[in-house]
Design a protein around this ligand. Structure first.
Ligand code: 5GP
Ligand code: ZN
Length: 112
């Protein structure tokens, strides 16, 4: 079982900030911004390369959660960045789809 599936199953600890039937959101272990939360579907999907039609509703829930987290954490107005890395060149290190929400400082563009 992958590390994020273990978080979904509450087998390893995480600071959970949002949790419903489809998705869970928790603070990144190594935050890259004052706010850094990972939002994941509870059902294991390795990467965007594996997404199928039947995943659409659960993946849509990632954005519903992102909005809720941004509002709860007080960054909805100041802004935030949503990132989903896919594969080696993007720097994906955990093979369970996750949407990063980063906020609390000005971001640069383009990303490195
Ligand atoms: P990626 O590089 O795959 O886009 O992002 C993976 C993220 O997961 C990284 O930001 C990393 O800090 C975070 N991460 C890896 N292992 C754990 C863990 O066990 N718990 C938490 N909360 N975050 C983790
Ligand atoms: Zn998984």
């Amino acid at each position: 079982m992958c590390i994020f599936c273990k978080i979904v199953n509450y087998e390893i600890p995480a600071t959970i900030v949002y949790d419903n039937d489809d998705v869970i959101a928790f603070r990144d272990l190594h935050p890259k911004a004052p706010l850094h939360v990972l939002i994941i579907p509870k059902r294991h999907i390795s990467s965007v390369n594996d997404v199928v039609e039947g995943d659409a509703a659960a993946l849509g829930q990632l954005f519903v959660a992102a909005r809720a987290v941004a509002e709860a954490e007080g960054v909805a107005k100041s802004g935030y960045r949503l990132v989903m890395n896919t594969g080696a060149h993007a720097g994906q290190t955990v093979d369970h789809i996750h949407l990063h929400i980063l906020a609390g400082r000005a971001m640069t563009w383009p990303p490195g």
